[in-house]
Design a protein around this ligand. Structure first.
Ligand SMILES: [Mg+2]
Length: 308
């Protein structure tokens, strides 16, 4: 079921399976204060939350509509939620319920949601548009707007798309850091300054704000040298553990590839075969990425600044 060979495909599958592995590892301790629980070392039931559920909705919507269709995406979110999907924030639940009862596509405008729900599900966008960073940013922002209107959350989505695409293209953490450093949005100044590379653990927030979660996930990947260690570091930050670990899992999966995810975790993940299939299809639907930014000519089309 796991593809061998092609390292680029391995990284695409790693980003999506990594998301779900992180979600399932973090879910049992979600909301607990940092260092108030015994270290997590294994995946329990393998059940994920809204992070995985909404990522599947986004992947299937992109594949079936061929683009980002907010109405189609919202319908899938509602269907997932009504079939027992768990973990939604109050704000996102209100958006889905408003869409369900009124058909309004702009229900997200009722509250300035700066939460991390728009980045927890993002991997399908990066895989599908890995060959076209500009389109990836636009789609990352458009899928965010479906449930989140706060400008900083939308900017964080575009930024994560840039960083993931750099990882998917190269498997090189320095390339991912370079993409982060290119951020131009004022809300993401700390991420662009690469503060997260050297911050002490006590300065990393585990609050459910998109900007904080993106920084925490980057910190987890920077501080560790394997998929397993990075994702467990995220789970141990406390607070919004499932989503911090889901974002860390996307980054570390894109960096190291699916073969670096402990196989017994993948086996315990009920949705793994579905995610592998979706990632392979999204990967196949993408044009091949432009060459790395090694010359001034290719610089213009490579992963560029966030929030533009
Ligand atoms: Mg969740």
């Amino acid at each position: 079921m796991i593809p061998g060979g092609d390292p680029a495909l391995q990284r695409s599958v790693g980003a999506l399976v990594g998301l779900a592995v992180g979600d399932a590892l973090g879910a049992p301790v979600e909301g607990l204060p940092r260092d108030s629980y015994p270290p997590v070392s294994d995946l329990g039931s393998g059940e994920g939350t809204d992070d995985t559920g909404m990522a599947i909705c986004l992947a299937e919507s992109l594949l079936e509509t061929g683009f980002l269709d907010p109405a189609d995406l919202l319908r899938r979110f509602v269907l997932w939620y009504r079939s027992g999907g768990r973990g939604l924030s109050t704000t996102t639940r209100a958006v889905l319920e408003a869409f369900e009862s009124t058909g309004r596509l702009d229900a997200a405008h009722d509250a300035a949601n700066a939460g991390n729900g728009c980045i927890m599900r993002l991997a399908p966008v990066a895989i599908r548009y890995r060959g076209d960073p500009r389109a990836a940013r636009e789609v990352a922002e458009a899928q965010a707007r479906v449930t989140h209107v706060a400008e900083e959350a939308i900017a964080a989505s575009a930024c994560l798309a840039d960083i993931l695409i750099a990882g998917l293209a190269t498997g090189d953490f320095e390339a991912m850091a370079e993409a982060a450093a290119a951020v131009r949005h004022p809300s993401l100044a700390g991420i662009a300054a690469l503060d997260w590379r050297t911050k002490p653990r006590g300065s990393i927030s585990s609050a459910p704000r998109a900007v904080d979660t993106l920084e925490a996930a980057l910190w987890c990947v920077a501080q560790n040298e394997s998929f397993e260690a990075a994702v467990l570091a995220a789970v141990h930050l406390g607070g919004d553990t499932d989503t911090i670990a889901a974002v860390t899992g996307q980054l570390a999966g894109a960096l190291y590839g699916v073969s670096a995810i402990p196989p017994h975790w993948v086996e315990r993940l009920e949705v793994a075969p579905r995610l592998v299939d979706l990632a392979i299809r999204l990967h196949g639907a993408a044009p091949e990425p432009a060459p790395p930014r090694s010359t001034p000519e290719t610089r213009a089309v490579g992963p560029a600044s966030c929030g533009s």
